[in-house]
Design a protein around this ligand. Structure first.
Ligand code: IPD
Ligand code: CA
Ligand code: CA
Ligand code: CA
Length: 269
């Protein structure tokens, strides 16, 4: 993508994400409807839908030839990353939004012919914007995030995980994950994949590993992590596919291989 075009897209995406976040903050105490989707804990609210519509309106008006892949169904039926595709999660961490009124984010990844060009993750209630532009680094509120320092060790690492690893699962035997938890310094669960990616990029989490995420959960995050030298793959170390659901493992480069080889792969044997 041409640099001028990319800068223009970045300026628009930044303006829109900040405006959408402000709207959410302004309406935070208004009543909103909560519906469920695939199961009683899979929530969606009027705020998720309205925020997604806001982006669809803006993008379709200003960039009619761009495509939108987004969670709540107002975007396009995107099956490949040909052309320019905006991958949007209007609220990542809907359960946090409903229950806690914080710890949720808006996530936007812009891809051009499959290459991640721009990533934005906005922690709405904290008013913290992470952004990355391919080849130009990752930033938190405009300040450049340092490259992840070499030499991280698992024994001193904090890993983002969720409770699914404690339940029976088809991907890895539970004991492998128990061993991982006991080897790492600690674990955290934030409930927003986008923020967990941003925390890996920021270096406050050394890794984040999860069984199943959708493109909109990770599209911005992988660009951010990439720009600071981190690695994002599925849990077997394969390249991520950004048009389908998959398992996800993003981390500091020093611990990526060890976690896959010594814990995940051993947990399958
Ligand atoms: C969810 C969050 C959560 C993750 C779920 C996602 P949503 O996104 O990222 O942390 O564990 O798998 O679906 O539904 O709140 O946008
Ligand atoms: Ca959801
Ligand atoms: Ca999400
Ligand atoms: Ca969402």
């Amino acid at each position: 993508m041409e640099k001028m075009e990319r800068n223009r897209l970045f300026r628009d995406a930044k303006e829109w994400i900040l405006e959408a976040g402000k709207e959410i903050r302004n309406k935070m105490s208004d009543p909103f409807e909560v519906d469920t989707k695939s199961n009683p804990n899979d929530l969606v609210t009027t705020m998720d839908r309205n925020t997604e519509k806001y982006f669809v309106d803006r993008i379709k008006t200003k960039y009619p030839d761009h495509l939108l892949l987004s969670e709540e169904g107002f975007g396009d039926d995107v099956r490949s990353l040909d052309g320019t595709v905006w991958i949007i999660d209007p609220i990542d961490g809907t359960m946090n939004f409903v229950q806690q009124k914080r710890n949720f984010a808006i996530s936007i990844g812009i891809y051009h012919h499959g290459i991640g060009e721009i990533g934005l993750i906005y922690n709405v209630m904290e008013d913290v914007l992470y952004h990355a532009i391919r080849g130009e680094g990752a930033y938190k509120n405009g300040e450049r995030l340092p490259h992840l320092k070499s030499g991280a060790v698992l024994e001193e690492s904090v890993i983002g995980l969720n409770h699914f690893w404690l339940c029976e699962n088809r991907l890895v035997e539970e004991k492998a994950m128990q061993k991982l938890v006991k080897t790492a310094r600690g674990t955290r669960t934030y409930g927003s994949a986008a923020l967990e990616f941003a925390f890996v990029a920021e270096g406050v989490l050394e890794g984040y590993i999860t069984m199943s995420l959708s493109p909109w959960d990770i599209a911005a995050g992988v660009i951010l992590v990439d720009e600071v030298g981190g690695i994002s793959t599925d849990i077997d170390g394969n390249q991520l596919n950004l048009v389908e659901k998959s398992s996800v493992f993003t981390s500091h480069p020093s611990i990526h291989r060890r976690i896959i080889e010594d814990f995940i792969q051993k947990g399958r044997k």
